[in-house]
Design a protein around this ligand. Structure first.
Ligand code: ZN
Length: 322
């Protein structure tokens, strides 16, 4: 295990316990308190939208690339496809996701639990950094969906659309993340993704996108400052997650373990621009980076984990310190 500065390591208590619907060897998965009330109507699943044109070719790639420059969606370098119009329909509440035990058992409910914990965290923390909180929506989808920022497919990866203030996640991304980038299999890595996108929402409601130039790429660019700030916000939440509570005062999550923090760092690392360029078989060119290097993303996650959201002002950081 790498020794990340200042990371709090909570020892495993040794009690072998199946979690997250997986066998015993996956004890590293982040655990919700079985009895916490995670239910949240702001998380919905969108039914499969069939017959939607999905362009895998150059035009689609360019379109969504431009979209990403304008609106800051997270493409993650995963290859993208966009299609024509289509009506969003069939959103359903995840009424089967009521308690932490459900979140431990399946990924949809884990997203609901993550949302509820993040909501509780940011209701308390946003005012401390001068931001008035308002809630985002979270849509889980399958294959393709329409969004306020255009159409998205599974290959787009999880992203936040500022125009409709909604986080979009195709949960099959998590398997892709492991297969393509070798992220370790902890559920904290899944939760990290939600926390990062939630971080973009905090930027949106805080007006932090305004005045930034997201067409700029490379070291010190606004694009990278926004991305590593979202990583920093994600780290801050991970550190505070076990203190987030449902309306009855039951904590949503058990304290994180060192292994779980490693999983989240691994997820941050796996989506670093250098790692993605390497896995794509091309050269590593920092001038084209939009999200930051693996090292940068891990470092800002750790900064938030250690210091909370107040240390996440990446725009006040010199380019050589970023
Ligand atoms: Zn991002």
């Amino acid at each position: 295990m790498h020794n990340h500065r200042g990371l709090l390591i909570v020892p495993e208590n040794g009690a072998a316990k199946a979690c997250c619907g997986r066998p015993l060897q996956y004890r590293e998965c982040m655990t919700f308190n079985d009895n916490s009330n995670i239910g949240n109507s702001k998380v919905r699943r969108r039914g499969r939208t069939t017959g939607l044109a999905v362009g895998g070719g150059g035009v689609g790639v360019i379109a969504i690339f431009l979209l990403s420059q304008l609106f800051g969606v997270d493409l993650g370098g995963l290859g993208v496809g966009v299609g024509g119009g289509g009506d969003a329909s069939g959103d359903t509440e995840l009424s089967e996701c009521q308690v932490g035990e459900d979140a431990n058992a399946n990924v949809d409910c884990r997203m609901v639990g993550a949302y509820s914990s993040l909501e509780d965290y940011w209701v308390a923390q946003a005012p401390a950094i001068g931001i008035e909180y308002r809630e985002p929506a979270l849509i889980l989808f399958d294959q393709t969906t329409t969004t306020g920022c255009g159409n998205a497919s599974s290959a787009t990866g999880p992203f936040y659309c500022p125009l409709d203030e909604t986080i979009y996640i195709d949960t099959s991304f998590y398997a892709d993340l492991r297969d393509r980038f070798g992220a370790s299999e902890g559920t904290l890595a899944e939760l990290y993704v939600v926390a990062h996108e939630f971080g973009h929402h905090i930027q949106q409601i805080g007006g932090l996108f305004e005045g930034t130039d997201r067409s700029d790429t490379g070291p010190g660019s606004d694009a990278i400052r926004l991305e590593v700030q979202a990583d920093c916000f994600a780290g801050a939440w991970v550190a505070g997650a076990s203190q987030t509570e449902d309306e009855s005062g039951v904590p949503f999550l058990e304290p994180v373990t060192g292994q779980q923090v490693q999983d989240a760092l691994s997820a941050a690392s796996a989506v670093g621009d250098d790692r993605i360029q390497q896995s794509a078989g091309g050269g590593v060119n920092p001038e084209t980076w939009t999200h930051g290097s693996s090292e940068q993303r891990q470092r800002w996650f750790s900064a938030g984990y250690d210091g909370g959201p107040g240390v996440c002002d990446t725009f006040a950081t010199g380019a050589d310190q970023l």
